[in-house]
Design a protein around this ligand. Structure first.
Ligand code: FES
Length: 95
């Protein structure tokens, strides 16, 4: 959890992709889903989410998406780039 947001990190073998962990359907944990190619299938009701764009592929008509975050490897450590706005929102909550 970072800035009160759960991030799911997926190892696709040749790269890492990061998304919000909440499925846009009913909040299922995407980190527990089954990865198929560049997508993950939510473990609760089977919605399929692209890991690179966050777009829901199925059901086709949903138009929903999850946030995605750039990743990079530095000295063997996976770094996830989060927008500053996430931390600003957290600071407002604490103040
Ligand atoms: S909560 Fe993910 S498909 Fe329903």
């Amino acid at each position: 959890m970072l800035a009160r947001r759960e991030i799911a990190l997926f190892n696709l073998g040749d790269r890492f992709l990061a998304t919000d962990n909440r499925c846009p359907h009913k909040g299922g944990p995407l980190c527990d889903g089954i990865v198929a190619g560049d997508s993950v299938v939510c473990p609760l009701h089977g919605w399929k989410v692209r890991l690179d764009s966050g777009m829901v592929e199925g059901p086709a008509s949903s138009g929903a998406c999850v946030a995605t975050y750039p990743t990079r490897i530095e000295d063997g450590i996976v770094c996830v780039e989060l927008p500053v706005s996430l931390f600003e929102a957290r600071e407002r909550e604490v103040a």
